[in-house]
Write a protein that binds this ligand. Structure first.
Ligand code: C2E
Ligand code: CA
Ligand code: CA
Ligand code: CA
Length: 277
């Protein structure tokens, strides 16, 4: 048993080293990836839950690594954060997304994900607003998605609040992403004055057969209604989920049922096709 234990320890040790090597390589390869054309954006539609009219698009970062293939953002964004590359990648992707949004119908919003690290840059809000101006996209069409950990875990909240307030002051909306999974307290909700809450995919995925998840989604719906801010449910994959979300008066939906992320933004969902899916 002892020898076996040593084998197992060795196995995990090798795996660990392999993982460290891979991370180091990805982190190195990420340098200049945008310039080499390996990064691109996918857009996923956000729709009105009742009419299924597309009201906005969320920009999602993609990396086509020349040797390793597609790398998921969940994997490379933490590396970009750790190496400080997220600042330049974040602005690069805002630039690309705004260029695309400038060609969309005027009513369509653009949602961008912001990472916690980016808030350490006091000029962030002004840089984003300058890019919007350059592409002639009104800031009122912009939504910035931040996760609870990004905003609430930072001990120095003032810089985060300043960035968020500046964006809001110019008419952009601040969305709390992955709501329900972080460290939310209702006090934080008030302090940060979010304009919209996005219910995490994990609750939507389980809400039909796991009663507590359903209760959480319903409570968030009630919270949104009483605060007067819209709720969007993400990860909607099934017609039955959409039906339940409508019953609970969730006003906006996003997920594979309405549209998958794609290079070309989908401007109108086909409700009939969606509902017969
Ligand atoms: P997120 O902001 O919560 O984005 C939603 C994720 O759910 C996306 O994964 C999307 O492709 C996926 N998704 C959407 N609808 C469905 C569905 O119906 N079913 C399932 N199973 N999945 C669905 P993705 O694109 O892999 O992005 C993962 C995360 O990476 C994002 O989570 C976001 O936190 C981060 N991310 C992506 N792009 C950026 C970016 O440009 N900047 C920053 N800071 N983070 C980004
Ligand atoms: Ca998001
Ligand atoms: Ca999310
Ligand atoms: Ca997420």
């Amino acid at each position: 048993a002892k020898a076996e234990g040593r084998h197992t320890a060795r196995f995990f040790d090798d795996q660990f080293k392999e993982e460290v090597r891979l991370r180091w390589r990805l982190s190195r390869d990420l340098e200049g990836a945008a310039e080499r054309g390996e990064l691109y954006l996918a857009f996923q539609p956000i729709a009105d839950a009742d009419t299924l009219e597309v009201i906005g698009q969320e920009a999602l970062l993609r990396w086509a690594h020349p040797e390793l293939g597609d790398i998921r953002p969940d994997r490379f964004i933490p590396l970009a954060e750790a190496s400080g590359r997220i600042d330049s990648i974040g602005l690069w992707m805002a630039d690309q997304a705004l260029a695309a949004a400038s060609r969309w119908p005027d009513h369509m919003t653009l949602a961008l994900n912001l990472s916690a690290i980016q808030f350490r840059q006091p000029t962030l809000a002004h840089e984003l607003l300058a890019l919007a101006r350059r592409h002639r996209v009104a800031p009122t069409r912009l939504e910035f998605e931040v996760t609870e950990s990004a905003t609430l875990l930072d001990k120095r909240r003032q810089p985060v609040l300043t960035v968020l307030r500046t964006l809001q002051h110019h008419g952009a909306a601040i969305v709390m992403d992955d709501f329900g999974t972080g460290y939310s307290s209702l006090g934080n909700l008030r302090e940060f004055r979010f304009d919209k809450l996005k219910v995490d995919r994990s609750f939507v995925a389980t809400m039909l057969d796991h009663a507590p998840s359903g209760s959480i989604v319903r409570s968030i719906a009630a919270l949104g209604a009483s605060l007067g801010i819209p709720i969007v449910a993400e990860g909607v994959e099934e017609v039955a989920q959409l039906a339940r979300l409508r019953e609970w008066d969730i006003p906006q939906v996003q997920g594979f049922l309405i549209g998958r992320p794609s290079r070309e933004a989908i401007h109108c969902a086909d409700p009939a096709a969606t509902l017969s899916a």
